[in-house]
Write a protein that binds this ligand. Sequence first.
Ligand code: ZN
Length: 410
Amino acid sequence: MKMKESQFILIKEQLKNLKVQKGFYGEKLKDTDVESINSQEDFQKLPFTWKGDLREAYPLGLQAVPDGEVVRIHSSSGTTGTPVIIPYTAKDVSDWAEMFCRCYETAGLTKFDRVHITPGYGLWTAGIGFQAGAEKLGAMVIPMGPGNTDKQLKMMMDMKSTVLCATSSYALLLAEEIEKRGIKDKIYLKKGIIGSERWGEKMRKRIAGELGVKLYDIYGLTEVYGPGIGISCDFECGMHMWDDYIYFEIVDPKTGENLPDGEIGELVITTLKKEGAPLIRYRTHDLTRVIPGDCPCGNKYPRIDTILGRTDDMVKVKGVNIFPSQIEEVLSGVEGASSEYQFMIDHLNGRDICTLFVETNPGVNKYAAEIEIQNKFKSSIGISVEVKPTDIGELPRSEKKSTRIFDNRY
Ligand code: ZN
């Protein structure tokens, strides 16, 4: 993705400001001659910022403005260790609302919409971001937060909510409850703004079908404002990203080299206007690609693909990058295959051998399924794999997120 002149000017200004500070980036940039950065290529030589760096800056090491200018903090989840604290200035809060409002407009919302917000409020950035954007648009906010399905559905009926903001799993739960209770004719929803989780095509069709709504994917992360830095449009061909606020790159997750448009890699974000906690080349660990060309909707903001997975889930075999969502896509096209699988890579006699264990549905001809999966895998992912069909329940289940790819080569 070519860096725009306007982006370069903002980045250079920001680097100059950060370099003379005592904080996190002052330290990180102390050996960098900011004056010598004069092109996109120069910028691409700057070191990345990792989530681990941000954790080390706990609690307020990332703060890049005087105390008096900070109006709020948010925090990313601390389940895997020390949380990351992100300070916001008044301008950061208003910029975020501006971007979120743009997301709603892209999804076709107006001030006559009634926006039912189920993501949580508090340290987490979700709920309040959805609310600020809707208020900026002039719509009516129904600030529910998560949980209490009875109350959610009552308010949804009585307030005649027209837009549901939710995670994909909560949207599915509500859709199923509406179906179960037979109250679909009392529900006025037209649109769903769905954020924060990777979700498959099968799930999307179920939610859209059962609720009778058009769905939009919203993108964001706490470290970079929160949800609302990009959203899909009516054409459902990737998400438009607000590149007047962020500059993004796609890099090879292993080498860190920038990749050409269209190639799948890790999304790396640099903030252009953020004051409280600016970020330079932040590794999101989200896998996606730049979608080249113009969107049929006419919106000129560049697009990235829906998030395809996390970099931790990706492996490279015979020069080809493989990640779970690709395998899921192959299996979703095979009638006899269930959703459960394990992909093993071993190194034998000087070459990489791939084996795919797949649970098949009862009564399925295992041999036919094996051949079909083998062929589809080869044609869509580009490498040969040995397929081992198993019965339902034979592969291990896990309470937590199950590991599906096992790299036994090293
Ligand atoms: Zn579009």
